[in-house]
Ligand binder design. Structure first.
Ligand SMILES: [Zn+2]
Ligand SMILES: [Zn+2]
Length: 188
């Protein structure tokens, strides 16, 4: 199976994602088993060969074609049925890597992100740099929020205002094995 990663599968504007209409330079091939794996984990889909709008008659969602109710139903114009446009998508055997899934977006900072944050020499560097700084800021926020979830207090460092009240530590108590001195964790 051919694997497409070319521009045409990005589906920009009104174009549907995965639609292949032109010859391209994608020359990567995988076995059926590998293609199936990609599709199962959500990173790929079968290419779209054609998309055609088809009219579909559905029972009205409001009156459900009930004889009494439909007489006054505006949704279907008193007919009991509505006509909706459905897209009939025909897929081929080749696959394409889904644009949003191509690189996993996990909340981690890798060494290169730190590198980007301080590389402001080139124009490209500058753009990456701003993005990388933002990434680090976001990560910092996630980090704080996790501590808050565990009971930490969130304080605005500029104003000293307590934004989220934390849970205080339990007092030391040898009998209940609680507090900083006696709580050594529990065997599961
Ligand atoms: Zn291609
Ligand atoms: Zn109706």
């Amino acid at each position: 199976m051919r694997v497409h990663t070319c521009k045409q599968i990005d589906g920009e504007g009104l174009r549907m994602e995965g639609l292949i209409t032109e010859k391209c330079l994608c020359r990567k091939f995988v076995s059926l088993a590998v293609a199936a794996d990609y599709i199962l984990d959500g990173s790929a889909l079968g290419v779209v060969l054609s998309v055609e709008p088809v009219e579909q008659k559905n029972r009205c969602r409001i009156c459900e074609n009930d004889d009494r109710l439909k007489k006054t139903c505006d949704n279907c114009g008193k007919t009991g049925y509505t006509t909706e446009i459905r897209l009939d998508v025909k897929r081929g055997e080749d696959i394409y890597m889904r644009p949003v899934k191509r690189t996993p977006r996990t909340a981690t900072i890798e060494a290169k992100h730190i590198g980007y944050a301080f590389d402001t020499a080139s124009l490209r560097g500058k753009r990456n740099s701003n993005r990388a700084k933002k990434r680090i800021d976001n990560y910092h926020v996630l980090d704080r929020m996790m501590l808050v979830e565990l009971g930490a207090e969130l304080i605005d460092m500029k104003t000293g205002e307590v934004l989220i009240k934390g849970t205080s530590e339990p007092p030391d108590d040898a009998k209940t094995a609680s507090g900083r001195k006696h709580d050594w964790g529990r065997a599961i």
